[in-house]
Write a protein that binds this ligand. Sequence first.
Ligand SMILES: Cc1ncc(COP(=O)(O)O)c(C=O)c1O
Length: 390
Amino acid sequence: MFQQAERLQYLEPSPTRIMFRKCWALMSQGIKVTALTLGQPDFDTPEYIKEACKSYIDQGYTVYAEDTGIEPLKKAIAAKLKKENDLDYDWEEISVTTGVSQGMFAAFMAFLNPGDEVLVPDPVYVTYNQIPRIAQAVIKPYQLKEENNFQPDIAQIESLITEKTKMICLVSPSNPIGSVMNLESLQGIADLAKKHDLLVVSDEIYERLVYGDTKCISIASLPGMKERTIVFNGMSKSMAMTGWRLGYIAAPRELQEPMNRLGFYMTAGSVSFVQYTGVNCLTDEDGSIERMRQEFEKRRNYFVEEINKMKHFSCRMPEGAFYVFMNITKTGMGSQEFCDYALDNHRLAMIPGNAFGESGEGFVRLSYATSMDVLQEAIAKLRAIDAELA
Ligand SMILES: Cc1ncc(COP(=O)(O)O)c(C=O)c1O
């Protein structure tokens, strides 16, 4: 029997998959499940984007492209970052990736040595608690607490910093919480990064999905931060393009270079015709990206209002992404126990908050990237649970 490589011994399967699998198993038996598990829009990719892609295939953009990304796409991304995010990158400081997933892998593998410490939010999207382990780095969680409106506690972060701390990761808007870091938090982290010479990894994949008067600020736009920050962004979430696998990294050349070198050996570049399509889709030509954002906002408002009417559940108003992080402590159950109970007895699927880190215990993640009908069905089921527990 062949043994897996030692570097993989600490890598765990994604804990969110456990719930997905349970869900799929029921559905494959023909059992209807109300699923709030998936982190992907229920919308189809906008029509003009699909049409553009078909024409690029017909025009023969089906061969290898420049491995770090095609020039017109890099230029379009640099222009978008300048216009929408106050970020000043030369087009050669952009590289195109096969989703943000590739960017994360490249950044961790390119910059972390065994024993290096990396500060990650707790709770956070599962990858941040796993990939650094392949590099044998040590993950140090910094807490995002509900009573602090899920903003980081800068003093707690500083208390975690040692001479081995190399990197701090930010995910704003947050998966799984939906919170958006405010300027004060970003400034606090920027000051720490400069004081302790930390590399900052900023995952901004949900940056276009913010609601009300919330602004998503990139930490790289603060003074003295561009040179020490790696920004991830991509088309998956805000453009309903999860399956296209298109993302990008913005970072100064000396940070890009090792990631690009590694990137070549990982994928030899993103899909050619998808990259050409990317040039078309960044500008929201027909307003469909904005329409989807508005629809998410409506769903968020409905969902949060209904949840907060119940006895055993409560949640903060998330400012971004498409998740509600619902407090279930009044049920007296743990996160996993509650999710199992809801799935087994009510066919309602959610992800336990502790799948995203210890601080997620006492919460469940609900995705509202699903139709209003499904959300109404979910609310009815939550009401039934609420009544049952009383
Ligand atoms: C915070 C965050 N970063 C990255 C990703 C992965 O993005 P991509 O589809 O671009 O690989 C996800 C997907 O859920 C996410 O929530």
